[in-house]
Design a protein around this ligand. Structure first.
Ligand SMILES: [Zn+2]
Length: 282
């Protein structure tokens, strides 16, 4: 489904439609109150966004990617999806992409930057400039340099090695200081907390705004309690603050909300509800 903002078109391309997590694995402080009537695992997706302006094809987040070895982070380990075929249904081939933006450098957002060819990691989008937040890049580079052998840190170090360094080596990386403008009507805004350099993409056209929110929000149940931290939030207080800023902005603008891990093909809307907010698919 195409979301049209004046001359700009956005498509949500899922890499994975069902990505289940036990609630307490995703949100360590979750309570029955948060879950209300929900039962069993929380069902996430992995969703990327193709943004076409009159001048550029921009991909916001590239997904987890195939064949990435993440033994210390099993939900991310060794995907074998048809993501590039799904992308092709939007009319976009890898060589058509001008810019790749990462909301942040967790494996499910930048792993698709590269693909394995003859046992070498090569850029998936051979003509693209890949924009990385300088803050985020330096954070992941420092984890890679520390070479942790176990736990999520090992998976993050591997993400730098197989999904970020090959882009640098190919000369396709641009480190940017946020805020930054990617193309006409596409701006990057810092929204830290989940990671140090997490950003969102604000896309405007035809008098409407869309917010590609990355991992500021992971699941609609967070609307019952914006302070509910996700297990991967590096700074839970800052992440909660960013969640509230994004919700305020989305509600004020009547924006189209495009999260990375939930929502239908047309994204959603956030409206005010008492002291908090409510989310609904469009
Ligand atoms: Zn994510």
């Amino acid at each position: 489904m195409t979301i049209t903002l004046g001359p700009t078109r956005i498509e949500r391309v899922t890499e994975v439609d069902h990505w289940p997590f036990p609630p307490a694995a995703l949100f360590p402080a979750v309570t029955p109150r948060h879950l209300c009537c929900a039962d069993g695992d929380l069902d996430l997706s992995i969703t990327t966004h193709v943004v076409r302006t009159p001048d550029a094809v921009v991909l916001v987040d590239s997904g987890n990617g195939n064949a990435k070895q993440r033994p210390t982070l099993p939900p991310h380990d060794m995907f074998a999806t048809d993501y590039l075929d799904r992308l092709a249904t939007t009319g976009v081939r890898p060589e058509d992409v001008d810019v790749v933006v990462s909301t942040h450098l967790h494996p499910d957002h930048c792993g698709g930057n590269t693909r394995l060819v003859d046992e070498k990691w090569v850029p998936t989008f051979p003509r693209a400039r890949y924009l990385f937040s300088r803050t985020e890049f330096e954070w992941l580079a420092s984890i890679h340099a520390a070479a942790p052998a176990e736990g999520p840190g090992a998976a993050l170090a591997a993400t730098f090695a197989d999904s970020v360094l090959p882009i640098l080596d190919a000369g396709l990386a641009d480190l940017v200081d946020v805020p930054a403008t990617v193309a006409e009507g596409i701006d990057l805004v810092a929204m830290p907390g989940h990671t140090a350099g997490h950003l969102i993409a604000e896309i405007t056209g035809g008098g409407t705004t869309a917010l590609v929110t990355g991992d500021v929000l992971h699941h609609p149940l967070q609307f019952t309690d914006l302070a509910l931290a996700q297990a991967g939030d590096a700074d839970p207080d800052l992440a909660a603050r960013s969640r509230r800023i994004v919700c305020d902005r989305a509600a004020d603008l009547g924006a189209v909300v495009l999260p990375a891990h939930f929502g239908g093909p047309d994204g959603g809307r956030i409206t005010r509800a008492g002291d908090g907010f409510r989310y609904a698919d469009r």
